[in-house]
Design a protein around this ligand. Structure first.
Ligand code: ADP
Ligand code: MG
Length: 286
């Protein structure tokens, strides 16, 4: 009888923007006591805007820095890349040809421009590559650093906005006695700033995809049931590991393939809709 009731629920779900790929998760949903949330694209819109950019080298001016940065981002689907490309398009800045571009998951991108290899990476990674990393303004922005070899050339700072219903989600999750935890590859300052606004007290920042997965595993080993929500390639391992993996938005194919549930409309409150639908379904089935 279970498949029949569940089949009906999955179609009710589909109408509301919930795609349940793995129906087994319905019976687990009432046992969930941790909700892990990726920051960028999950709690925030993932639509960045360029707020600042500059040179950190004597040999490159700021215009050259942003041109190189945008050129490096040409093949990336990361929300940061999209915002930078939008910016240079609006400013009608022509880009260099890019070859051999690589995604450095959770870190940034690399590629070859005019025969030279460049990287654009987060601060933590940049500090590992560049000796004598300069004192940089620590803003509530996400900064990425342009590097050639071990030489720091400049940076771009982008800002994101919190999704409208993200705070409401956290409030409702707490009311269900589920502990919300933020997981992000972004830096501590930005992460804490957003967490505070949302009422999340457990925050893990500067994470690599494998770190996110490890946090899921640790919580599970302590006897918890973990739901994880994310949108990116960097979330795929943790979505697969979680008791319930939820991909939010169109996301990347990798995230969607690793997920049990897909929230088609990128709406945080659909997490609550899913939990309610699942519990309703279970009551009917039992
Ligand atoms: P999150 O976990 O918040 O979704 P990611 O794991 O996708 O973030 O990325 C972590 C960090 O790596 C970003 O905050 C950014 O600093 C850097 N980064 C990743 N991809 C890119 C990119 N294409 N361009 C610039 N920076 C990037
Ligand atoms: Mg993300």
């Amino acid at each position: 009888a279970i498949p029949l009731v569940n089949a009906k629920s999955t179609s009710i779900g589909a109408k509301n923007g919930l795609l349940i790929r793995n129906r087994n998760v319905i019976s687990i949903s009432s046992k969930i006591n941790y909700l892990l949330l990726d920051k960028t694209g999950t709690l925030t819109q993932g639509k960045f805007q360029v707020r600042k950019y500059n040179t950190l080298s004597k040999s490159y001016n700021a215009d050259e820095v942003i041109k190189l940065i945008a050129s490096l981002e040409q093949d990336s689907n990361h929300p940061i890349a999209q915002s930078i490309l939008q910016f240079t398009k609006e400013k009608e800045i022509d880009l260099y040809a890019l070859s051999d571009s690589n995604t450095l998951a959770g870190k940034g991108v690399s590629g070859i421009i005019n025969g030279e290899e460049y990287q654009l990476v987060n601060e933590k990674t940049a500090r590992e590559i560049v000796k004598n990393f300069p004192q940089v303004e620590s803003l509530n922005y996400t900064s990425s650093y342009l590097i050639k070899g071990h030489e720091l050339l400049g940076y771009v700072a982008v800002g994101d906005e919190i999704k409208k219903n993200a705070a409401s989600l956290i409030k409702q999750i707490k009311a269900l006695n589920i502990t919300p935890v933020m997981l992000t590859g972004d830096n501590e300052k930005v992460a804490q700033n957003i967490a505070q606004k949302l009422g999340i007290t457990e925050v893990h920042s500067g994470l690599m995809p494998a770190d996110k997965q490890k946090i899921v595993a640790t919580l599970q080993n302590q006897g918890n049931k973990v739901m994880m929500v994310g949108d990116g390639i960097n979330d795929a391992p943790s979505l697969a590991k979680a008791d319930i993996g939820v991909a939010i938005g169109a996301g990347t194919d990798v995230a969607v393939d690793s997920a049990d549930v897909i929230l088609v409309n990128s709406e945080p409150l659909d997490i609550i809709s899913f939990l309610k639908l699942a519990q309703h379904t279970q009551r009917k089935t039992v």
